[in-house]
Design a protein around this ligand. Structure first.
Ligand code: ADP
Ligand code: FBP
Length: 333
C-alpha cells in the first residue's frame, strides 16, 4: 500500500539494517542520522535487524554515532536474519518495543525479505515504513542500482583481472563463480568489464553444449585462454558442476580451473558511486518520510529520486537487458 498522507507528526524515527551488509550501508545510515538531526528529528538505531527490535536492542544516535563510517564496509548496526519476525507474535513484540521507545516511524535498509517483513508490520500495526534498497545483487525493482552493487562488481572485477593473468600465462580456461542467488547482475556487469568469453546466468542459461561449442570455436581460432563468469544461482558450486559437465565432453583438451569468489564480494570499502548513492537514498528516505510518503522504497531511476510502493518493489522484477548478454558474445570473439 502506498500512502501519501498529510505530513503526520514524526518526532522520533528508528533505523535498522537487515538481511544484507552491502558496502555503502554505513554511508546510508550516516545520511539518515545527519538528515534527521538537520530536520530536528531524533534517531534511534536498532542493532541486529528485526531481532534487535524484538529484544529492544535500541539506542539513541547522535551526529557523533556516525562519524568516520562513510568509508567503512559492513554495517555499524549489524545485520541478522530473524525468523521470529516472520510470526505475528514476533512482530507484536517488536511493535511493543517501538511504542516503549516512542518511535513514530521505521526506516529499514535491506532487500525483498526485509521489505516483506516491514509491510506486514505496517499492515498489522500501522507503523509508517520507509525502505532503502541494500543488496549487492541489484535485483530490486524501483531503482536502477541498489546500495553495494557497484562495489561488489568492482571487487569481482579486480579478482577477474588477476585470474586472467594466470589464464593467459598458463593458457587455461577459468570458470569464475560470482554472487547472485537469484540474480545475474553481478555476473553480467563484471563479465562485460572483465572481457569474459561467456556469462552464465540463471535468467538466461546456456546449455553445456553451447559452452563447449563456444570454447571449441575459440580454440580453433587460436584462443589460448577463456574466462567464463557464472552466477552462483540457487546453489553454490554451480561453476564446479558446470566445469565437470564440460570436462566430460572435452576430455583433456582444455586445462580448466574453477574459482568461486564468495563473500569477498560483499565486504570492503564502498566505491565512490555507492557512497553517493547511499547518501542520496538515505537523505531521500528521511525527507520522504517527513513529507508523509510511507510504505515505499526510495530509489534512483535515471538520476531522479523516486518512491515505489513496497508491494511493487517486492513483487516486480527488474530484468537484465538482453543487449548486455548479446554484447558479451559479440565482443569476446
Ligand atoms: N515473509 C516475511 N514476513 C515477515 N518477515 C520477513 C519475511 N521475509 C523476511 N522477513 C524478515 O526480513 C529478514 C531479512 O530477510 P532476508 O530474506 O533474509 O534478506 P533480504 O532483506 O536481504 O532479502 C528476515 O530475517 C526476516 O526477519
Ligand atoms: O551466505 P550468505 O551470507 O547468506 O550470503 C549469500 C548470499 O548473499 C548474496 O550475496 C545476497 O547479498 P545481499 O545480502 O547483499 O542481498 C547472494 O548473492 C548470496 O547467495
Amino acid at each position: 500500500m502506498f500512502l501519501n498522507m498529510t505530513p503526520s507528526i514524526i518526532n522520533r524515527i528508528a533505523i535498522l539494517t537487515s538481511g544484507s551488509d552491502a558496502p555503502g550501508m554505513n554511508a546510508c545510515i550516516r545520511a539518515v542520522v545527519r538528515g534527521a538531526l538537520y530536520h530536528g528529528i531524533e534517531v534511534m538505531g536498532i542493532r541486529r535487524g528485526y531481532g534487535g527490535l524484538i529484544r529492544g536492542d535500541i539506542f539513541s544516535m547522535t551526529s557523533h554515532s556516525v562519524s568516520n563510517i562513510i568509508q567503512r564496509g559492513g554495517t555499524i548496526l549489524k545485520s541478522a536474519h530473524c525468523p521470529e519476525f516472520m510470526t505475528v507474535e514476533g512482530r507484536q513484540k517488536a511493535y511493543e518495543q517501538l511504542m516503549n521507545h516512542g518511535i513514530d516511524a521505521l526506516i529499514v535498509i535491506g532487500g525483498n525479505g526485509t521489505f516483506e517483513g516491514a509491510l506486514h508490520f505496517y499492515e498489522e500495526f500501522g507503523v509508517p515504513i520507509m525502505g532503502i534498497p541494500g543488496t549487492i545483487d541489484n535485483d530490486l525493482f524501483g531503482t536502477d542500482y541498489t546500495i553495494g552493487y557497484d562495489t561488489a562488481v568492482n571487487t569481482a572485477l579486480k579478482a577477474i583481472d588477476r585470474i586472467r593473468d594466470t589464464a593467459d600465462s598458463h593458457e587455461r580456461i577459468f570458470l569464475i563463480e560470482v554472487m547472485g542467488r537469484d540474480s545475474g547482475y553481478i555476473a553480467v556487469q563484471s563479465g562485460i568489464a572483465g572481457g569474459a568469453e561467456m556469462v552464465v546466468i540463471s535468467e538466461d542459461p546456456l546449455s553445456t553444449q553451447e559452452l563447449v561449442d563456444t570454447l571449441k570455436q575459440g580454440f580453433n581460432r587460436s584462443k589460448s585462454s577463456s574466462i567464463i563468469i557464472v552466477a552462483e544461482g540457487e546453489t553454490k558450486g554451480t561453476a564446479a558442476t558446470l566445469a565437470d559437465q564440460i570436462r566430460k565432453q572435452v576430455d583433456d583438451k582444455f586445462d580448466m580451473r574453477v574459482t568461486a569468489l564468495g563473500h569477498v564480494q560483499r565486504g570492503g570499502t564502498p566505491s565512490a558511486y555507492d557512497r553517493i548513492l547511499a547518501s542520496r537514498l538515505g537523505l531521500g528516505a528521511l525527507e520522504g518520510l517527513l513529507d508523509g510518503t510511507i510504505n515505499v522504497m526510495v530509489g534512483i531511476i535515471n538520476n531522479q529520486l523516486v518512491y515505489t510502493p513496497l508491494r511493487e518493489a517486492i513483487d516486480r522484477s527488474k530484468p537484465i537487458k538482453n543487449e548486455l548478454l548479446r554484447m558479451v558474445n559479440i565482443l569476446s570473439v
